[in-house]
Design a protein around this ligand. Structure first.
Ligand code: GDD
Length: 411
């Protein structure tokens, strides 16, 4: 049997995702019309012998309860949220719930970072994992040299795929192969975490003996705490080169979702994936009451889009949004309860919950997903009045814009 674990983090993480994470846990932010965490859950569902999916985080339970009950009805996947009382790190979080995770007596444990967007080739990874007989398999990808240092960089044996060397976000270049944050482990991983935790415990008690050190070193900093263990630097780095860890390369799409800009990019990647896996989710534009649709577009069934509006490519419209006559939407995420009045234009932007765009208003970004102001983001309940133009701005919740603005953060 296999169990899957999705590492969700908590409210003190994901700060780069503001202002979209003010009122909603980041894992629930919709990409291509489905909560971020829904995409890996769907991928887990395809695992043949899956017993359970666990979501581990330090968000409050109630933030996920609605989503999880809806999910269990729709998908018939046993999904459970396990709450940590505080951050234990990506490996410490797993270790904390060892007894629960082992209840179904799994042979393999799939572990996924919630904030990655990819095709999650889990079944193929599991097959590879069972063949090489190590304790862990990591999904890896070749990226450009310039961006590699934002991730865990690694060296693997070209023949066997064995992980030979691992460095987390190194300052000097190690390799353009990176850790994608998707893993398969055997239950032996718990022993590895336990060993790290015990040696941290020993080090910190030794340190505590010296009052000088206690005063002058960061003995109590989080990384030193015995129950705070990170999967990458605390587990992968020391186990590399010991014939215990192996890599599985993907040539498919892969991105990390740390910023609103990247959520827009990932939304379009998942829309493109629907074309192949679930084309029924994409708007067709057929029928005389439907708007003009270009490329990949998702429209929630409760949204009302005027037939003279034109949407796409890469547009996602959430529940109860209203899009008026002649409106034009390109490369954007329109969240719940937004109202877009006639002839307004939205390009390369995210329009927050309950916001309104007046007639002939224009909200747009340059489309550079990695730049700080590369897209425009309207927080919750922002009003853009008639004919106002907003270009490359981040607008915090509850603002009313009655004059045009460009390249600004509006607090
Ligand atoms: N439950 C829980 N508890 N989850 C956590 C905790 C924790 O204490 N700390 C981190 N996470 C979750 C995050 O929400 C995220 O999904 C995942 O664990 C990894 O987060 P970080 O440890 O902050 O690392 P990162 O995202 O900067 O980088 C990791 O992922 C990259 C791929 O996206 C590293 O493993 C990199 O090497 C890797 O390239």
């Amino acid at each position: 049997k296999t169990v899957a674990v999705i590492m969700m983090g908590g409210p003190t993480k994901g700060t780069r995702f503001r202002p979209l994470s003010f009122n909603l846990a980041k894992p629930l932010f919709p990409l291509a019309g489905q909560p971020m965490v829904h995409h890996p859950i769907l991928a887990c569902k395809k695992i043949p012998d899956l017993a359970q999916v666990y979501l581990i985080g330090f968000y409050e339970e109630k933030e996920f309860s609605l989503y999880i009950s809806a999910l269990s009805n729709d998908l018939k996947v046993p999904v459970r949220y396990l709450r940590e009382d505080k951050p234990h790190g990506s490996a410490g979080g797993l270790y904390n719930f060892q007894d629960l995770l082992m209840e179904d007596d799994p042979t393999d444990i799939v572990v996924l970072n919630c904030d990655v967007c990819c095709s999650f080739p889990l079944t193929a990874m599991l097959e590879a994992h069972r063949k090489h007989g190590g304790i862990g398999t990591l999904l890896v990808k070749k990226v450009s040299k310039e961006v590699a240092s934002e991730f865990g960089e690694l060296v693997a044996d070209t023949k066997t795929g064995e992980l030979l060397h691992y460095a987390e976000k190194p300052e000097t270049f190690v390799s353009d192969f990176i850790n994608c944050g998707v893993y398969v482990f055997t239950p032996e991983i718990f022993n590895a975490i336990k060993n790290v935790s015990s040696s941290k415990h020993e080090i910190s008690s030794l340190r505590r003996m010296s009052s000088f050190e206690a005063l002058h070193t960061a003995t109590n900093s989080r990384a030193m705490q015995a129950d705070f263990v990170r999967l990458d630097q605390d587990i992968l780095t020391p186990l590399a080169g010991k014939k215990k860890l192996y890599t599985f390369e993907t040539n498919d799409f892969w991105e990390q979702i740390k910023t609103p800009g990247m959520s827009l990019r990932c939304s379009s990647l998942y829309l493109a994936q629907y074309r192949v896996t679930m084309p029924e989710l994409l708007a067709s534009g057929d029928g005389n009451r439907s708007p003009t649709i270009i490329g990949d577009v998702f429209i929630h069934r409760s949204a009302k889009v005027h037939p003279t509006a034109k949407l796409g490519p890469n547009v996602s419209v959430s529940a109860n949004a209203r899009v008026g006559p002649g409106a034009r939407l390109i490369g954007c995420i329109i969240l719940d309860d937004v109202e877009i009045k006639e002839n307004a234009v939205v390009m390369h932007s995210i329009v927050g919950w309950k916001s309104t765009l007046g007639k002939w208003a224009r909200v747009q970004g340059g489309g550079d997903y990695n730049a700080k102001l590369g897209i425009t983001i309207l927080g919750e309940d922002v009003a853009v009045e008639d004919e106002v133009v907003v270009v490359n701005c981040i607008v915090l919740p509850h603002k009313t814009l009655n004059i045009s603005v460009q390249d600004e953060i509006i607090l």
